[in-house]
Design a protein around this ligand. Structure first.
Ligand SMILES: O=C1O[C@H](COP(=O)(O)O)[C@@H](O)[C@H](O)[C@H]1O
Length: 236
C-alpha cells in the first residue's frame, strides 16, 4: 500500500510501491519523452543519472523497441576513474542498456573524466552547450541530498555548464558534474528516489533545506518518482 503522500517544495511527486514499479514508470516516461521529441524535432536528447538507482530502469530500456538512431545520450556526472572502471556511471549505463541497443556510438556522449576533473569538465562544456536544451534530464539523489555530483555546501560556478569536483564526500573524490544551469535547461527533469537510505534527505527536503537536489528541482519543471521505502516513514 502506498503512503498517503509527501509534499516536496518545487517538485510534483509520484509514489510507487517499490523500486521495480519506479523502474517501470521511469522507462515508460523516457520512452514517451523520446517519442514526443522525435516527432517534434527528429531527435531525443537525454541526460542520464549515475549511481545505482536508475539501473533497473536502464535494464528495462535494453528490451525496448525504439528509434535508437535518433537518440543522443549525455551524462549528468561522472567519476574521475579509468574509462573501464566499474565505478564509472557511463559504464553502468553501457552494461545495463546502451551496449545492448543500436544507439550510434557517436551519439553516446560520455564525459571524459579519465582526463581528470578540470580537463574533463572543460572538454564536456562545449558538448553540453551544443546539446541544450535537453529533452529529459534524469537525476538521482544521494543520502546527503546531493544530485549528479553537486554536494551540499559546495559553491557552483555561475558561468559554467560543467564543473570539476574535488574532495567529494562520497568516493571517488574527483568528479565532473553538470551544474544546475545545465541540468535545469530541459523540457523535463525526473528525479528518482528509492530505498530507506534516502528518507532523511527527503525529510530535509520536505522541511525546506537548501539541498542541491531541492535547488535543482525548484529551478526546473521537476517530477520525483519515489518508492514506499524512501517515503514510508515520513509520509503524511
Ligand atoms: O555518486 C552518485 O550518487 C547519486 C546517487 O546514487 P545512488 O547510488 O544512491 O543512486 C547519483 O545520482 C549520482 O549520479 C552519482 O554519481
Amino acid at each position: 500500500m502506498n503512503p498517503e503522500t509527501i509534499d516536496l517544495p518545487g517538485a510534483k511527486v509520484s509514489l510507487f510501491d517499490d523500486q521495480a514499479a519506479v523502474a517501470r514508470a521511469t522507462a515508460e516516461t523516457i520512452m514517451d519523452a523520446a517519442r514526443a521529441a522525435i516527432a517534434r524535432a527528429g531527435q531525443f536528447r537525454l541526460c542520464l543519472a549515475g549511481g545505482t538507482t536508475p539501473t533497473a530502469a536502464y535494464e528495462r530500456l535494453a528490451g525496448a523497441d525504439a528509434d535508437w538512431g535518433r537518440w543522443w545520450i549525455y551524462f549528468g556526472d561522472e567519476r574521475c576513474v579509468a574509462a573501464d572502471d566499474p565505478a564509472r556511471n557511463s559504464l553502468a549505463a553501457e552494461r545495463a542498456w546502451l551496449g545492448q541497443v543500436p544507439v550510434p556510438r557517436s551519439q553516446v556522449m560520455a564525459i571524459p573524466a579519465e582526463a581528470g576533473a578540470e580537463a574533463g569538465a572543460r572538454a564536456y562544456e562545449s558538448t553540453v552547450r551544443a546539446a541544450l536544451p535537453f529533452d529529459l534530464v534524469l537525476l538521482g539523489m544521494g543520502e546527503d541530498g546531493h544530485t549528479a555530483s553537486l554536494f551540499p555546501g559546495r559553491k557552483v560556478p555561475e558561468d559554467r555548464l560543467v564543473m570539476p569536483v574535488h574532495a567529494a564526500p562520497k568516493p571517488p573524490p574527483d568528479r565532473v558534474s553538470l551544474t544546475p544551469a545545465a541540468l535545469t535547461d530541459s523540457r523535463q527533469v525526473l528525479i528518482l528516489v528509492t530505498g530507506g537510505g534516502k528518507a532523511d534527505a527527503l525529510t530535509e527536503w520536505r522541511n525546506g533545506a537548501a539541498l542541491p537536489v531541492a535547488e535543482v528541482a525548484a529551478a526546473a519543471s521537476s517530477t520525483v518518482f519515489a518508492d514506499n521505502a524512501a517515503v514510508g516513514s515520513i509520509a503524511g
